[in-house]
Design a protein around this ligand. Structure first.
Ligand SMILES: [Mg+2]
Length: 229
């Protein structure tokens, strides 16, 4: 499988790219005393409106739970570990950086993610979609922006700001929105490629064990076939 010309590094978002956050949000809903349905419905509405999803607690009128839910092996998308291994095998600089609380770096490395750097908004003191976070990514990767591909699930938080930082982008929107996959970024020039052949997630995906050596590698396929932009 070929790598897009000029790409020397690939950096992955965490939530809904490598990690299925359904279980974590369910735990947080229970801690806050609201139903998972109410929490996730409002989260989706905020994201769809390009608003900060962290406003969800304020809008629900509840306190944000003090501690984030820990990421467990069962939360990993089945292709996540394989994808990073494939990227490392291909000789790419591999990084992980997303809007995550402190401690996620240790958790992800403990779950087997082999990356040159694993960082978070908490560690860097900057969050997506700010240019500061993408500048940190470029510095950590020690590559020119145009040599980095950023892979994320959100147009507003991942694709557009990474593109504005000069990176190549790969949008993996079908993890969470299989029925509503955009083919172009609304309001932006960046093509938004998605692995349209990936079937919709099964309802029990979050509770299915991770399969090592799986032949289903849509995330890696997305990275390796992304067009030049
Ligand atoms: Mg995400």
């Amino acid at each position: 499988m070929s790598i897009p010309a000029g790409v020397r590094g690939v950096v992955f978002d965490v939530g809904e790219t490598l990690v299925d956050e359904s279980r974590a949000w369910t735990i947080q809903a229970e801690r806050a005393g609201v139903t998972p349905f109410a929490l996730m419905g409002l989260l989706g509405a905020l994201i769809a409106r390009d608003e900060d999803h962290r406003r969800v607690w304020e809008m629900l009128g509840v306190e944000r739970p003090a501690d984030p839910a820990r990421i467990e092996h069962i939360d990993l998308y089945p292709d996540a570990l394989d994808c990073l291994r494939a990227a490392r095998h291909a000789g790419l600089v591999v990084g992980i950086a997303g809007n995550q609380p402190s401690g996620v770096e240790t958790q992800l490395r403990g779950l087997g993610f082999d990356a040159g750097f694993v960082d978070s908004s908490a560690a860097w003191g900057a969050a997506k979609p700010s240019a500061a976070l993408f500048a940190q990514i470029i510095q950590a990767a020690q590559l020119d922006p145009g040599e980095i591909m950023y892979v994320g699930d959100r147009v507003d938080n991942d694709i557009l700001p990474a593109h504005q930082a000069g990176m190549r982008t790969a949008g993996h929107c079908c993890r969470c929105r299989p029925a509503a996959i955009p083919t172009t970024c609304p309001g932006g020039p960046t093509p938004h490629r998605c692995c349209g052949s990936q079937p919709a997630a099964s309802p029990d995906r979050a509770h299915r064990p991770v399969r090592s050596g799986s032949s289903l590698r849509p995330l890696w396929g997305l990275v390796s076939v992304s067009p030049r932009y």
